[in-house]
Ligand binder design. Structure first.
Ligand code: NCD
Length: 304
């Protein structure tokens, strides 16, 4: 199969067919243990982060370096001309003169799409407001496949802030290519936005709950997200839900033995650290796979 990802923008997970995602996963598997690679020698990745990041930024840096390339980054935008009022267009048109692809994270919905429209180099969305985080969904799917051997016929619980978590939107759209069942669990005020339910109602089975106890015994996977405090327009709304759910060993007494726990991180108390050393905790594997997947994605976008 010719590489279907060459030259592509990665703006929305909705732009990727199931066959393209599976091609990517096969490439990650094929190069899982590869070392001393030089596939992206002389390539430079531009990192443009208008919001905080640990894993996404560092994994992209590590990924391009592992393939013999380099990165330059504008992470502290208060130290750049953006602070002087430079607009996003001029920032992108400048960065594209220096790099082969741009990874962008921005607080506004539509930011990555806008960047892709004006950029001459591929744009990779590393988080656009509450809207999407497509590379996180790719690595989340890869993690499920790696840990469970399949993406079909699973009972997948997604717990937490489903209203503002962009990882959740990209994840559910990606999972809609498969036959697993989705169980959405959140405080009522943080339930999933209706547009997703309307768009996916005929594609994937989705059930909603207020409490994880109602469904924990059915799940093969529990994907947990933090409450996105910074996205609440009203702090009272945040205080009403703060600390309202927690996954700990007591809760998991009711779960299947082979349940796996995932989290995009950062976590802020919603998964007890007592679980880190258990077989159920897969979030550190997820972080490792994230780097491997992003390396393969960069290679496929940048080389024919
Ligand atoms: C997520 C994000 O930025 O949306 N972080 C990440 O990239 N792993 C999740 C979050 O901030 O809660």
């Amino acid at each position: 199969m010719a590489n279907p990802l060459y030259g592509r923008n990665v703006v929305s997970i909705k732009d990727f067919k199931k066959s393209e995602l599976e091609y990517l996963f096969e490439q990650v598997d094929a190069n899982f243990d590869a070392s001393n690679r030089n596939d992206l020698h002389h390539n430079i990745l531009g990192l443009l982060f208008f919001e905080p990041s640990t894993r996404t930024r560092l994994s992209f840096e590590s990924a391009i370096t592992s393939l013999g390339g380099n990165s330059i980054s504008l992470a502290e935008t208060n130290l750049s001309s953006i602070e002087k009022g430079e607009n996003l267009t001029d920032t992108i048109k400048t960065l594209e003169q220096y790099v082969n692809a741009i990874v962008i994270r921005h607080s506004m919905e539509g930011s990555a799409k806008f960047a892709a429209e004006i950029s001459n180099v591929p744009i990779i969305n590393a988080g656009s407001g509450t809207e999407e985080h497509p590379t996180q969904a790719m690595l989340d799917l890869y993690t499920i496949k790696k840990e469970k051997d399949t993406l079909d016929n699973l009972e997948i619980g997604i717990l937490g802030d489903l209203k503002y978590s962009r990882t959740v939107y990209s994840l559910i759209y990606a999972l809609s290519h498969y036959s697993s069942k989705i169980h959405l669990i959140s405080p009522p005020s943080l339930s999933i936005r209706n547009d997703l339910l309307v768009e996916l109602k005929d594609k994937i089975s989705i059930h909603e709950y207020d409490n994880v106890e109602e469904v924990i015994d059915e799940l093969d996977i529990l994907y947990v997200t933090r409450i996105q405090k910074e996205r609440f327009p009203d702090m009272q709304e945040y205080q009403n839900v703060q600390g309202s759910y927690k996954v700990d060993s007591k809760l998991l007494e009711q779960s299947k033995d082979n349940l796996i726990l995932m989290h995009p991180f950062p976590r802020t108390g919603e998964i007890a650290s007592e679980l880190d050393s258990t077989d159920k905790a897969k979030y550190f594997n997820q972080i490792k796979y994230g780097k491997l997947l992003r390396a393969e994605l960069l290679r496929l976008v940048l080389t024919e």
